[in-house]
Design a protein around this ligand. Structure first.
Ligand code: NDP
Ligand code: ZN
Length: 179
């Protein structure tokens, strides 16, 4: 399904690259932000995910949350199923950070299978980033708190993808996380 929709996939990469063009990751090297959604899509491919709409959702997953992209724009360009997956993994930015993090744990369990796949790959990418190098200004305790919170979201998504969950649990063991 992915190979038969290469042009659709490339359209998503291109759109995400344009939308995220001025953004950087929080690592000290200030990696271009687009590396993250591409890497999340790559993790899903590694996990054997063959649903092109899930790969597209991964490529676009931070566009509504972090750029001026609207839900309607995604519906028009990529269809309602892709836009729906992105909407499911988008936090409500009108809420406080603490409330947003609490709601991610609450909402994860009832998310669709497709959204859970993107959530798992997103968490794995971010945790590998934090495991690799600490963002400037972050204490080791803050990194650990992030791992503990992510472990709760991942737990709520369990039974979704064997590969991603195995990779995540390896990291949680390394960081001695419990949920
Ligand atoms: P942030 O939300 O500020 O940062 C993590 C998010 O940044 C990720 O979810 C990811 O989101 C994005 N990101 C960009 N670059 C990177 C990178 N290199 N590595 C990982 N993620 C990256 O973190 P929190 O505020 O949640 O902090 C972590 C924990 O520390 C919290 O649980 C909080 O309780 C605690 N804490 C927070 C403090 C604060 O000032 N906020 C102070 C002390 C403790 P995306 O996928 O959208 O790019
Ligand atoms: Zn993300």
């Amino acid at each position: 399904e992915i190979m038969s929709d290469m042009s659709g996939i490339i359209q998503c990469v291109n759109f995400a690259a344009i939308q995220h063009k001025d953004q950087r990751r929080k690592d000290p090297e200030k990696t271009p932000y687009i590396n993250h959604p591409i890497g999340v899509a790559q993790l899903l491919i590694e996990g054997g995910v063959s649903d092109a709409d899930v790969i597209k959702g991964a490529l676009l997953h931070d566009t509504i949350e972090d750029t001026n992209t609207t839900q309607q724009q995604l519906i028009d360009k990529f269809g309602p199923r892709v836009a729906g997956i992105v909407a499911e993994v988008t936090d409500d930015k009108s809420l406080s950070k603490e409330e947003r993090k609490r709601l991610q744990i609450v909402h994860a369990a009832s998310a669709s299978h497709e959204a859970k796949l993107v959530k798992l790959a997103d968490k794995l990418y971010n945790l590998r980033d934090l495991d690799r190098v600490t963002p400037e200004g972050w204490t080791r305790e803050r990194v650990y708190q992030y791992f503990q919170w992510a472990a709760k979201v991942v737990d709520a998504c369990s039974g979704t993808n064997e590969y991603l969950e195995a990779q995540l649990h390896e990291l949680f063991n390394k960081w001695k996380c419990i949920n």
